[in-house]
Design a protein around this ligand. Structure first.
Ligand code: AMP
Length: 191
C-alpha cells in the first residue's frame, strides 16, 4: 500500500498534485478542505460547525477534523492506498493519525512537501479566488490568517516527520507537469 501525506502551505498546489497522484497510483484522495466545503454546501451539522472557522481562514478544531478523517478512511477501505491532502495540520492531528493508521493496519510511506515561497502563494491564492469563488481566497486578510495558522500550527510537523524519517520536499514552483514529475521521481525511489 502506498500512503502519502501531501504537505504544504495554502496555495502550494496540494490539491492539483494529489489528484494527479491519485490517478497515477490508484489511490483514494482525502482532502479535508474538500470534505468541509461539501458539508458546508449541503449544510450538514459538520458543515455548520466547520463554517465558523473556514470562513475566517482559521483551522477547524482538532476533534471535529480527526473524527471526520477516521470516517473517510473507514468508508474507503479496502483500497490501494491513500493520499492525504490538507491533513494533518497540527501535532495533535498527526498523533491521532498515527493511532488511526495503526488501528487500520496502514503504514505511512512518506510525507511530501510542496515548497513555494509566500509571495508567490499570495499571488496564486488571490488569482484562484477570482476563479473558484472560495470565500477564504477572497481577501488578503483571510489569506494572511491562513498563512499564519500554517506557521504557528502546521510548520512544526516538518520536524515531527523528519524525526520519523518520513519527510521529503520537492519544489512546488514551475509548470504543473514538471512538479508532478518531481513527485513521481521521489515516490518511485521510495517504493
Ligand atoms: P484547504 O482546502 O486544505 O486549504 O482547507 C480549507 C479550510 O478547511 C482550512 O483553511 C481550514 O479552515 C479547514 N481545514 C482543512 N483541513 C483542515 C485540518 N486538517 N485541520 C483543521 N482545519 C482544516
Amino acid at each position: 500500500m502506498l500512503n502519502l501525506i501531501l504537505f504544504g502551505k495554502p496555495g502550494s498546489g496540494k490539491g492539483t498534485q494529489a489528484s494527479f497522484l491519485k490517478n497515477k497510483y490508484g489511490l483514494v484522495h482525502i482532502s479535508t478542505g474538500d470534505v468541509f466545503r461539501k458539508n458546508i454546501k449541503t449544510e450538514t451539522e459538520l458543515g455548520l460547525k466547520a463554517k465558523l472557522y473556514t470562513e475566517k481562514g482559521e483551522l477547524v478544531p482538532d476533534q471535529i477534523t480527526v473524527s471526520m478523517l477516521e470516517n473517510e478512511i473507514k468508508q474507503n477501505l479496502p483500497c490501494l492506498g491513500f493520499i492525504f491532502d490538507g491533513f494533518p495540520r497540527t501535532i495533535y492531528q498527526a498523533n491521532e493519525m498515527n493511532k488511526i493508521l495503526t488501528k487500520y493496519v496502514l503504514d505511512l510511506t512518506a510525507t511530501i512537501a510542496l515548497d513555494v515561497d509566500d509571495n508567490l502563494l499570495k499571488e496564486r491564492l488571490l488569482k484562484r479566488g477570482k476563479i473558484s469563488g472560495r470565500a477564504d481566497d477572497q481577501s488578503v486578510d483571510k489569506i494572511l490568517t491562513r498563512l499564519n495558522e500554517y506557521r504557528k500550527k502546521t510548520q512544526p510537523l516538518i520536524e515531527y516527520y523528519e524525526k520519523m524519517n518520513k519527510f521529503y520536499s520537492v519544489s512546488g514552483v514551475g509548470e504543473i507537469n514538471d512538479i508532478s514529475k518531481r513527485l513521481i521521481d521521489l515516490i518511485e525511489n521510495l517504493i
